[in-house]
Design a protein around this ligand. Structure first.
Ligand code: PHE
Length: 402
């Protein structure tokens, strides 16, 4: 850069025009005055900035002294601490790194500083924190080792003591019953069809020989989606779906959830049933009795007896309720069986010819039997569960007993 340039620069942007009113001398004088003022400004500015930077270095020096003091105090205390004493080491940790510790206090100062001060201070205080944390970690490790050593030396370790153990989960009693039923009937050659929870009026009632105004509908009041669609009240509708899509002979079971407007100790708005259906030539009520007797023995043990009481279902003819001898008193009569010695398990019967007709099966050629029982009831009998609601309450105190 040439000298002229520098001259102009120094002049700054003062309006230094040469016109007829300005003689050369006064022009030069003006230039001199201007340059003098600028130099003075420069001087003032550099004085100010050196003051600021001096203040800043005083600040840094003060802060680093504070930080150093904490570090020295810490080092001194660490040297005094018994490193084999876990409690002493922990006290030291709390004193410096705890919520109200000395290092934490210094960290908190960050918030009160200006943007210029923060980086320098942050760096120093962070170095302090890292140094103290590392020293404390080491001390903790030493103390833990010492404690372990002491324990090992102090005596006998009984390695035969049982461990703390991981609590094992278990299957739900209803799930167990369902699996057992599926197992049992699968072995007897039954197919499993889970059906659907939502049925139309046709499958839940009409095809099962239960026309719209049939009084037996009153016993199965349900939750309607609309006039013709509902949550199924029993698993019997699956019989219809199955017979529509399969040709006899067949054997099937249909476990699943059912819904009724019911709610007391032994009735829940949602519970589970298992349907059964066998269709072939020459199937009789005796086959039904035989299969269910074996099944009850499987569920409740060899000694259990069954009895079939005449009953009514629109879709079976004849129909029966099946009871088992009381599983609590063995049939003598007790509080649980209300002194009768018997307990009701479910409904059953020979398939009504009208049902066959609704499904396009020749009722002259084929006969069959059907049954349906509640899984909740079976689970309640097996485990002496007093209330059906417990089964779906999701209560750990109840569930952990299984
Ligand atoms: N579906 C009847 C009920 O829920 C039980 C049943 C099934 C009866 C099959 C006879 C035949 O009560």
């Amino acid at each position: 850069m040439g000298g002229d340039d520098m001259g102009q620069k120094r002049g700054g942007d003062l309006p230094l025009f040469l016109d007829e009113r300005t003689d050369l001398r006064s022009y030069r004088r003006k230039i001199k005055e201007k340059n003098g003022a600028t130099r003075k400004n420069h001087k003032n500015f550099s004085r100010l900035s050196s003051l600021v930077s001096r203040l800043f270095s005083i600040f840094v020096a003060t802060m680093s002294e504070a930080i150093n003091n904490v570090k020295q105090a810490f080092d001194a205390e660490l040297a005094q601490t018994d490193l084999t004493n876990q409690e002493a080491v922990n006290n030291l940790r709390v004193k410096y790194l705890g919520k109200k510790g000395a290092v934490t206090d210094l960290m908190k100062q960050m918030g009160t500083l200006s943007a210029e001060e923060r980086p320098a201070y942050g760096k120093l205080v962070n170095e302090l924190k890292v140094a103290v944390s590392e020293a404390i970690d080491k001390a903790i490790e030493t103390a833990n080792q010492a404690a372990l050593q002491k324990k090992l030396e102090s005596g006998f370790v009984d390695t035969t003591l049982p461990g703390a153990g991981i609590p094992a989960g278990s299957t739900h009693p209803l799930y167990d019953v369902r699996e057992e039923i599926i197992d049992f009937f699968s072995q007897m050659g039954f197919e499993v069809d889970f059906g659907r929870d939502i049925e139309t009026d046709w499958y839940n009632f009409e095809a099962l020989n239960t026309p719209p105004d049939h009084p037996s509908r009153d016993m199965q009041d349900t939750f309607y989606v609309d006039d013709k669609v509902m949550l199924r009240t029993h698993t019997s509708g699956t019989q219809i779906h199955y017979m529509e899509t399969h040709k006899p002979p067949f054997r099937m079971i249909a476990p699943g959830h059912v819904f009724r407007v019911d709610n007391d100790a032994t009735h829940a708005p949602m519970f589970q049933q298992c349907e059964g259906l066998v269709v072939d030539e020459n199937i009789s009520f005796a086959d039904l009795k035989g299969v269910l007797q074996v099944f009850m023995n499987k569920l409740f043990g060899e000694g259990v007896k069954t009895r079939f009481r005449p009953s009514f279902f629109p879709f079976t003819e004849p129909s029966a309720e099946m009871d088992v001898s009381c599983v609590f008193c063995g049939g003598k009569g007790c509080r649980r069986c209300k002194g009768t010695g018997w307990m009701e398990i479910g409904g059953c019967g020979s398939v009504d010819p009208n049902v066959f007709k609704n499904c396009g099966i020749d009722s002259e050629k084929y006969t069959g039997f059907a049954f349906g029982f509640g899984l909740d009831r079976i689970a309640m009998l097996r485990h002496a569960i007093p209330e059906i609601g417990l089964l779906t309450s999701n209560d750990q105190r109840f569930l952990s007993q299984f």
